[in-house]
Design a protein around this ligand. Structure first.
Ligand code: NOJ
Length: 583
């Protein structure tokens, strides 16, 4: 049976869960074709159980032409053949449950793939047809319709519209690229041309996704991570954005830091609703999804990928009849700075408190620069629009801070998300040869943004040379692993009490065992500048957490014992960039 975090019931397990993101193609390759797969994950389930996680979140595992690494789904009820089969996924769900691990899968409702049967039918049907109305097809502007229908730009760069060929249309990966100036309609894609946006005002789209949700809940899936959750509803008139900077033109929404995003006017703001971000209509969709989730014993969860600058707007997704939780991107993007982090923690707690929701805490995922690298840079904040690739990073410093950040993250009230490889302290791989880059950001930014491949390099498991146990000896991982990763393999770290892996294992175990680190609240304690110090829980079970982000050692507060520290503590002084849990 799946486990339950400290202080939470089986029903609301997600309130304290540690959820581990598996990016399948880079986790472990069972069949040696260079691409990770479900066989690889199944073989490593005991590793994940030992790590002490409560649930796995799978990045999309569906059949996909991989225009955006699986976020272009061709069939929502099957498994990508490179990864395995539906039967194997079902076995995996059972095996994980037997080990006490719940399963969350990605659902991608804003857009599908241009290889989906619906889209093929839409291309084959004439303008104005019922088939086309499941997407956003429009005639172009200009005398020959040669200009896109509006001024929206794609999150990855370039226009958000692709013109369809005029005659004998066929679906295919190149459908978008065959735009030739002939008088065809245009279709909307907020991401790549291979990811046409669905028209969520169409009842077929709603019915289809309701059925997809049931399909996976019926197979025992415990939750859904909802991709680009704030983008589904579009202005019916598809109004121009105009000159006002918006997330669509200045930063990729769905992949951009909330703090870097300033919508032209989120719904309800004086400027009026944004044409595609956070429109009020989106909430009805999640209310329906919540009813579906609740019809399954009430322990199935909906987790939104919602990037919004306004904590109160964000909280609307967390009302009791909508999503259970959302990712905390402000925490992820925040600089390694005590005052800034305290601000984010307070805003998060306050916004969630108002709606009775539980916060989440996230340091990395498959879209962002790994935090070991971020924290070793002069500018430690994260921004999707400036990934600072090539900026020097002191990886020893970044690693020390990442260790402290792990203890901070795991001691905050709520759920936590780990990205595969966080527990190994992997840095971003910044020197991948350009010809190997696969992220569409690279092409679509005109080679100005190397994109996200550097955080997606296959994991090192064992041995002293590639493929480091990721795949069978002699196999070639889909992206090359750095030779230095021989020191970071799970095997190398397992027996080393000072390793990142040992720290994660101990921290996750303690987090589960300590009542103070469960559902209890947080009370700030007085501390010098540059230091975060707070108490979790009351009485003898209370845990005091201190994180020194300053450049000088600081005195530990009065305590009986050190439960865990992220680095050596000499006497009663906590060194810089170190955290400790005290009783
Ligand atoms: C957010 C996902 O995390 C990202 O990887 C993807 O490119 C976009 N949504 C589009 O689906």
């Amino acid at each position: 049976m799946p486990s339950t975090g400290q202080g939470a019931s089986a029903h609301d397990w997600w309130r304290t869960a540690a959820i581990y993101e598996v990016y399948v193609r880079s986790f472990a390759d069972g069949n040696g074709d260079g691409v990770g797969d479900l066989a690889g994950v199944r073989a490593r389930l005991p590793y994940l159980a030992e790590l002490g996680i409560d649930a796995i979140w799978f990045a999309p595992w569906y059949p996909s032409p991989m225009a955006d690494a699986g976020y272009d789904v061709a069939d929502y009820r099957a498994i990508e053949p490179l990864f395995g089969s539906l039967a194997e996924a079902e076995k995996l769900i059972t095996e994980a449950h037997d080990l006490g691990i719940r399963i969350i899968i990605d659902v991608v409702p804003n857009h599908g793939s241009d290889q989906q049967p619906w889209f093929a039918r839409a291309l084959a049907a004439p303008p104005g047809s019922a088939e086309r109305s499941r997407y956003h097809f429009r005639p172009g502007r200009g005398p020959g319709g040669e200009l896109p229908p509006n001024d929206w730009t794609s999150m990855f760069g370039g226009p958000a519209w692709t013109r369809t060929p005029s005659a004998e249309p066929t679906a295919g990966p190149s459908a978008g690229e065959r735009a030739d100036g002939a008088p065809g309609e245009w279709y909307l894609h907020l991401f790549t041309p291979g990811q046409p946006d669905f028209n969520w005002a169409h009842p077929d789209v709603r019915a289809e996704f309701a059925s997809v949700l049931r399909f996976w809940f019926d197979r025992g899936v415990d939750g859904l991570r909802i991709d680009s959750a704030a983008l589904l509803a579009k202005d019916p008139g598809l109004a121009d954005l105009g000159a006002t900077p918006t997330p669509g033109s200045s930063a990729p929404v769905g992949t951009a830091p909330a703090s870097a995003v300033a919508p032209a006017g989120a719904a309800g703001e004086p400027d009026g609703p944004h044409p595609f971000i956070d429109r009020d209509e989106v909430h009805e969709i999640y209310q329906e999804w919540r009813r579906i989730a609740d019809s399954y014993r009430g322990d199935r969860v909906l987790i939104g990928e919602v990037w919004l600058p306004d904590a109160q707007r964000l909280a609307r997704y967390l009302l009791p009849d909508e999503l259970h939780s959302v990712f905390n991107f402000d925490f992820l993007c925040c600089a390694w700075d005590a005052a800034a982090l305290r601000g984010v923690i307070d805003t998060t707690l306050d916004a969630h408190d108002r709606v009775g929701a539980t916060p989440t805490w996230v340091l990395s995922n498959h879209d962002v620069v790994r935090h070991v690298t971020r924290y070793g840079r002069a500018d430690t904040a994260f921004s999707m629009t400036d990934r600072q690739i090539g900026e020097p990073s002191d990886l020893a410093l970044g690693t020390r801070r990442a260790r402290a950040a792990a203890l901070l993250t795991f001691s905050l009230p709520g759920g936590v998300y780990l990205y595969q490889g966080d527990e190994l302290g992997l840095p971003e791989v910044e020197d991948l040869p350009e010809e190997l880059l696969q992220d569409p950001m690279w092409e679509r930014s005109g080679h100005t943004n190397r994109g996200r491949d550097g955080c997606r390099v296959p994991l090192p498991w064992s041995g002293d040379a590639a493929p480091f146990g990721y795949g069978p000896e002699g196999s070639s991982p889909w992206l090359p692993q750095p030779a230095e990763w021989k020191n970071l393999t799970a095997e190398a770290q397992s027996g080393d009490p000072g390793s990142m892996l040992s720290l994660y294992r101990r921290a996750l175990r303690l987090r589960r065992a300590e009542p103070g680190l469960g559902t209890a609240g947080l009370a700030w304690l007085p501390s010098p500048d540059g230091v975060l110090c707070f108490r979790r829980g009351e009485g003898p079970a209370a845990v005091t957490v201190i994180v020194n982000l300053s450049a000088e050692p600081v005195d530990l507060p009065p305590h009986g014992e050190i439960l865990l520290s992220s680095g050596p503590v000499s006497g009663s002084l906590l060194p810089p960039d170190t955290a400790a849990w005290l009783r």
